[in-house]
Design a protein around this ligand. Sequence first.
Ligand code: NAD
Length: 335
Amino acid sequence: MDLRIGVIGTGAIGQEHIQRLNHKTQGAHVVAISDINKEKATLLAKEIGAKFYETGEALIADPEVDAVVVTSWDPTHEQYVLEAIKHNKYVFCEKPLATDSEGCRRIVDAEVANGKKLVQVGFMRRYDRGYMELKEVIENRQLGEPLLLHCAHRNPTVDKNYETPMAIINTAIHEIDALRWLLQEDYVSVQVILPKQTSYTHEKLHDPQMVILETKSGIHIDLEVFVNCQFGYDIKCVVVCETGEISLEDPSYTRVKAKGKDYTTVSPDWQSRFMDAYDEEFQLWIHSIQADAITGPTAWDGYVASITMVACGVARESGERVAISLDSCPTLYQA
Ligand code: NAD
């Protein structure tokens, strides 16, 4: 029988995930939705044949909802994830898990007290084919030990509400999780450099920024976050190893040769760049619920990302290299 999913927060990505669950993935469909924008959500509920709930809590409590997807605004994630744990229900939460490390820690503690992994965080880079191939080469030590990573996260433009800290909290968060997963190593320190700025930014946003991370074994990662690069959505990850180098290719299905040029296009946005990764993320989430064992990014991963982001903020303000220290990982999350 299909899993019956409830979605809390039916804005941009909530609607994309509803489409994905109802039309792209197998084994689940959306039976319930909730959003504070009642008017819009009631119409949507009618359109997709789901039940509308006045509150996320009521949706979670319904015995006819097997698992929950949280795609509401960031400050509401923690309350809904905690509520789902209270009802012993699987919950997929879009990043960030909570708006601060204390909130992430409360979720980790609640899950540990409940004794079962129920939470998956929406770090979908882990499901991108390119990252998966990089991981295989790194894990097999095919090119020897990884030594250095050169990465970039570039957006064509951002709006005026996007300010300096968001380069870490909204953008670099994806690399912070994906690179730690790729290397299977925690970070020990971070430095943030604020270089010469693009004229396309505004006074509340320092753009670009450079984040320099160091892992436990001494691997150095330089990550450029440049959110007004003008030319497209561009993700880079070059892994330099002892006997070779491996890097992400921008996925492309066609190549143009004309007027003396030979080129492929750059993705315009994150939706098109990572479309397949989102589909895979949800298909595997459904499979893992059916198998009663979550395999994706955990609440602990959400907590570690949050601690790292706090250190990045301190490093940006101080200009110094800042240590990243973690509590010991609860046994529930140890492989
Ligand atoms: P959005 O503003 O389009 O949608 C958010 C929706 O949540 C709105 O419809 C709003 O009315 C609703 N909402 C707010 N408070 C609520 C509450 N208390 N209960 C129920 N509904 C509530 O935003 P979005 O772009 O869809 O982003 C939603 C979340 O997804 C954010 O946390 C964002 O960080 C995350 N996100 C993740 C990725 C990714 O790549 N993994 C991409 C985009 C967005």
